[in-house]
Design a protein around this ligand. Structure first.
Ligand SMILES: [Zn+2]
Length: 379
């Protein structure tokens, strides 16, 4: 990584821990500039946006006639996927099938939240349980590879299983909770890399894994972006960009109506992610994903910069819970605490140390940006 003098954006809280960040003469970062130039003018979380999505909703309903469900929603128990489920069912009158992937790290709150939503809205749920021996093997391989993106196995399983299920069962529409409101500043690739790059996963598993991945859900980025999209006709719809979506209000509505439980931070529905984003990544690599999450909330006026600076200055969870989680994670991966500690102290690597499809993905991203499909900065 190139060494740069520390600098932080004067508008959001993104900083030089993203080594590719640039600033303008006002001291605003390129995420901020991109937000005002490319995202905000094309984003209508209001009546105009709703009018734009109505024809798509009508098409989903029309094409779903005669089927038990007209679309598929991947649900994690977090706020984005829970809220998009509520919007799909109540606001748009869709008949979604909910799809959940249990990769072994669910928090109890996540499981409760999913079931409360399923019961409260009278929906059907399909849960795919990932073979734990394979999950554990791939997870350990990523720890041993010493890369920052050790959440890749879990993340890959989530969307690969969802896309594979959609293609296999002839679902044409996948609704996701992806949204600008809480995600307009994307985490830089330096912090997390593409979980959809199967070449990287296979290379890391070949070097550090022990057991073959026989049933683990796999789908390369090109398989789902090209083959599934254009041959199988599976489309992704992002309804939360077309309706008002204020995170705190959405969570409160879920709490009041379904007894849904809040999380302290984004993505904490997974016990692994809490440990990884709250402790491993900041401690071992100096990356704080909350920095991007909070910056998104600053740009969309759901948090002040002062609040974000105050929050980011404090550890995301306390020492006692960290120690508990450290032991829990080690044990679940058949490691001793000392062995996990040794992995923590190993020399850091990046995605560049392993095979990847980065150059092809970069080309694809450029094309999508030129076409105006991809507006957030991905790098
Ligand atoms: Zn900024």
């Amino acid at each position: 990584m190139k060494k740069v003098d520390y600098r932080i954006c004067s508008n959001c809280i993104m900083d030089t821990t993203d080594p590719n960040i640039t600033f303008d003469e006002k001291g605003w970062c390129d995420y901020c500039i991109n937000y005002y130039k490319n995202i905000l003018p094309n984003w209508d979380p209001n009546e105009k946006g709703e009018r734009m999505i109505v024809p798509i909703i009508e098409k989903i309903k029309r094409e779903g006639r005669g089927r038990d469900h007209d679309c598929l929603i991947g649900i994690s128990g977090g706020v984005d996927s829970s809220y998009v489920t509520l919007v799909a069912k109540e606001k748009f009158g869709l008949r979604p099938m909910l799809f959940h992937v249990d990769a072994g790290w669910n928090s109890q709150e996540a499981v409760n939240n999913i079931h409360r939503l399923v019961d409260g809205l009278g929906l059907d749920l399909y849960t795919e349980v990932v073979n734990w021996e394979e999950m554990k093997d791939l997870q350990l391989a990523f720890f041993k590879a010493q890369v920052a993106h050790i959440d890749t196995p879990q993340h890959h399983a989530f969307f690969a299983a969802l896309y594979n299920f959609a293609a296999k069962n002839k679902y044409k529409y996948i609704l996701t909770g992806a949204n600008y409101s809480t995600e307009c500043v994307r985490e830089p690739l330096e912090w997390h890399y593409h979980a959809s790059d199967l070449r990287q996963i296979k290379d890391i598993h070949r070097r550090f894994g022990k057991h073959p991945l026989k049933t683990f859900p796999l789908a390369d980025i090109f398989k789902y972006k090209i083959y599934y999209r254009f041959v199988k006709g599976v489309q992704v719809v992002k309804p939360l960009n077309h309706v008002p979506y204020i995170k705190e209000e959405a969570m409160q509505e879920l709490v009041d109506r379904f007894g849904w439980q809040k999380y302290a931070y984004k993505h904490y529905e997974s016990r692994f992610t809490r440990f990884y984003e709250g402790y491993w990544l900041p401690k071992k690599f100096g990356y704080q994903k909350h920095r991007a999450h909070f910056s998104s909330l600053i740009l969309t006026k759901q948090m002040t910069r002062e609040e974000a600076l105050e929050k980011i200055a404090h550890p995301a969870y306390d020492e006692a819970t960290i120690a508990q989680d450290f032991e829990y994670i080690a044990k679940k991966l058949d490691l001793t605490v000392a062995e996990l500690q040794a992995l923590m102290e190993g020399e850091n690597k990046t995605y560049r140390d392993y095979k990847s499809r980065m150059s092809l993905i970069n080309l694809g991203t450029k094309i999508l940006r030129l076409a105006g499909v991809q507006r957030a900065i991905i790098r």
